[in-house]
Ligand binder design. Structure first.
Ligand SMILES: [Zn+2]
Length: 439
């Protein structure tokens, strides 16, 4: 209704302008005065019609949402939840320094939901005042809904609501020239999407060593909007990576327990295989100069591979499993051993430190950060010593035929075939379009 009124005023002004150009110029000078007049124009005394009464009632219902006196300047920050994050850690990364807000979250039903549901990969967006005081916090629980905390005149209020806009789909394609990130930058692909691309193909491709000049990728992903404002990159829905002539394709699919997982188009779950490398791939490792793993055979019978990486690089669980031990282990220094299904164990040595909450008995997910590269124990420089054993027998993880990924369950097969067929057609279309010009 307001918009209509605004339009008709604008139309009248436009008509006036066309008819009386000189008078219009004079009117511009008087605009502040006119604004006041307009405000009086909708002032009390006008009998509200039903629609207007309705909107007034809604405003009263939403009075909780009347913001407190607005801060002089607000800062917006956005973070993705990482494994092991707590709300306090996230507040720190978001630049929120507000004990009262933290206290409100702990005592509030929706606030407690945020504490309980900190799912890695999900997005928190905060607006803060100059001193780090929280103005608003939005936690995007799914591509369609969010939890919202907002400062009010007398504290904070919370609610759950739908994201106002449908995600928009973005189609991109690129060719590797100097590095993966140079190619994704040239294609205008945001970093979180580039990292998702790496993660979704990490069981097929070791991005540290396998990338080749001329490799190509195509990707379809969501960009999330709320109230017309771009919130964040969402999920990759489907993608293709052509590495050294091998074509890998994957599609997002809800598995049996209702969670999103990536499957290759033949229906095997990518998450159920092992990562090709348990060292996180980052912008730093993206340069081709770093792509060889030097092998330091500094033990007479070397029972693992040594993966060179800068001190502090994050070390990832190469598959789901249970931590057998995390502690000092002689020549291995700080080491973690994980037991997976099928009699497979993996070991990660020379760590500088362990990730929080990593100790014997803890279950870990594939790709979860378990520790950080270091040079503890018998190590001449920072690197990860990585072992892969099947029934206790050491296997070269760079050569071993890794255990087969599990396929889509037969009950979901028909639905998967439809999703995969659609993905195949979309990827064909995207990959045949013109690639990004500079890479
Ligand atoms: Zn070693």
């Amino acid at each position: 209704m307001n918009a209509q009124k605004g339009n008709s005023v604008a139309q009248r002004r436009l008509a006036f302008r066309l008819a009386h150009p000189v008078a219009f110029a004079v009117m511009l000078l008087m605009l502040p005065a006119l604004t006041v007049l307009t405000a009086f124009g909708v002032a009390p005394g006008v009998a509200p019609d039903d629609a207007m009464r309705k909107s007034v009632e809604q405003e009263i219902a939403l009075s909780d949402w009347a913001p407190a006196a607005p801060a002089a300047q607000t800062y917006a920050a956005q973070e993705r939840v990482l494994p092991g994050d707590t709300v306090a850690v996230l507040f720190d990364r978001l630049g929120v320094h507000d004990a009262r807000a933290l206290e409100f979250l702990r005592g509030d039903a929706i606030g407690r939901t945020i504490f309980r549901q900190l799912v890695p990969g999900k997005i928190l967006r905060a607006e803060t005042g100059p001193g780090g005081e929280l103005e608003s916090l939005r936690y995007f629980t799914s591509p369609t809904s969010l939890l919202e905390i907002r400062r009010t005149a007398d504290g904070f209020a919370s609610r759950e609501r739908a994201i106002r806009d449908a995600p928009r789909l973005v189609y991109k394609t690129g060719t590797i020239g100097s590095s993966l990130f140079a190619a994704t930058d040239a294609a205008g692909i945001p970093d979180p999407i580039a990292m998702q691309l790496v993660r979704m193909f990490a069981t097929d491709i070791d991005f540290h060593v396998d990338l080749r000049k001329g490799d190509r990728f195509s990707v379809v992903y969501e960009m999330l909007y709320d109230s017309g404002e771009l919130v964040a990159p969402g999920r990759i829905l489907e993608a293709q990576f052509v590495n050294a002539g091998h074509v890998y394709r994957a599609v997002l699919f809800k598995d049996e327990d209702g969670s999103d997982a990536y499957y290759s188009l033949d229906g095997t779950s990518l998450a159920k295989a092992f990562l090709r490398s348990p060292v996180e791939f980052t912008r730093v490792s993206s340069a081709f100069g770093m792509r060889r793993h030097p092998i330091f055979k500094n033990m007479r019978e070397h029972t693992g591979v040594d993966l060179a990486a800068p001190e502090g690089t994050r070390v990832l669980a190469s598959a789901d499993g249970t931590v057998v031990s995390a502690g000092w282990r002689g020549g291995y220094g700080n080491a973690i051993e994980i037991r997976h299904g099928g009699g497979i164990t993996t070991l990660y040595g020379h760590l500088s430190r362990f990730a929080k909450e990593i100790h014997g008995g803890v279950r870990v997910k594939q790709g979860e950060v378990i520790g950080f590269v270091g040079h503890t124990g018998w190590a001449t420089g920072p690197h990860l010593h990585y072992e892969f054993r099947i029934a206790g027998v050491y296997q070269d993880p760079m050569r071993v035929a890794l255990p087969k990924a599990q396929p889509v369950s037969p009950r979901l097969r028909a639905r998967f075939e439809r999703v995969a067929a659609e993905a195949r057609a979309t990827i064909d279309l995207v990959s045949s379009s013109t690639p990004a010009p500079f890479e």
